[in-house]
Design a protein around this ligand. Sequence first.
Ligand code: FNR
Length: 378
Amino acid sequence: MSMILTIADLKDLARRRVPKMFFDYADSGGWTESTYRANEEDFHKIKFRQRVLVDMSNRSLESTMIGEKVAMPVALAPTGMTGMQHPDGEMLAAQAAEEFGVPFTLSTMSICSIEDVASVTKKPFWFQLYVLRDKDFVLNLIDRAKAAKCSALVLTLDLQILGQRHKDIRNGLSAPPRFTPKHIWQMATRPGWCIGMAGTKRRTFRNIVGHAKGVGDLTSLSSWTTEQFDPHLSWNDVAWIKERWGGKLILKGILDKEDALMAAKTGADAIIVSNHGGRQLDGAPSSIEVLEEIADAVGDTIEVHMDGGIRSGQDVLKALCLGAKGTYIGRPFLYGLGALGKEGVTKALEIIRKEMDITLALCGKRLVTDMGKDQLWR
Ligand code: FNR
């Protein structure tokens, strides 16, 4: 554990502990994966100004996201099938985030349900919603998130149709997973993972099975899932969801200035500048590349968050400098979870916190909230 110093170290360990098809599910992007790669690579083009002989004592990474106090402005992004990286993955990640003091976002496509996560946490978590064709199911999901006292709804806008990921196709990964001899071999070579899975009853999409009409088992879930993403969605849908939900609303998947301006008009509390971790439109720009333009365009009309490619505390600070009030990590916490369960998620957060703290000091700042464009070397 003491030699795990970076998110890349956690990734290496996760690769050795998680069956290939599930590791690849996390570690994949759309088509050529150019946007997936750009998300990480473009951070390296941004440089800080180093400052010396300024008071660097009493530093603080504390901030707020949509008015909620956070130990550092880094939330856990919603990720589907997290419970396949590690048994009860969503419950463990939510607990790690709660103990650390950062928000956890549960995906609609999670393995553990809203109620499962609520049963092991004390503070409110956030819930991510996909607007599916079955509107009764969507309304019911919103009501379940309210009943579980979720404090924000994260509405994902960039998955009206599913992007194509070659690794998943080549691995024969389906939702829900259907296992061939190749998969069984992949799992058999990861005995720790298998033992854990055998010991949990949470192995399917528990937000959906038993709740969506006609979905009572894995077979019916498979055909339901493929039909459900809704190409007809429009900005009007944001209005009825906002009304039904009635709480804090975050719109996720904005990558264009015009869309950001439309989002600000909806009265939502925040947008997430995001390309779904490079999993949807391959060939789109990286999130960090468009962040500044979007943040400048919306000004103070709506809070701006971002995700995509963050692999270090330095990346978080760069995003803050370019106009984000908060950030999210997807794969970094999934690698931690796959590597070491709950401890691994905590480790991912600790790595990022340490990198943020040291960088803040070497930039001559004491407060994370003071990081702005003037801190970048251009
Ligand atoms: C995702 N993402 C995602 N987003 C969402 O709104 N709902 C979801 O169910 C999922 N599922 C999902 C699964 C996996 C395996 C990954 C890697 C990502 C996108 C996610 O919320 C976030 O936008 C990206 O993960 C951010 O990029 P990084 O931090 O992974 O580079």
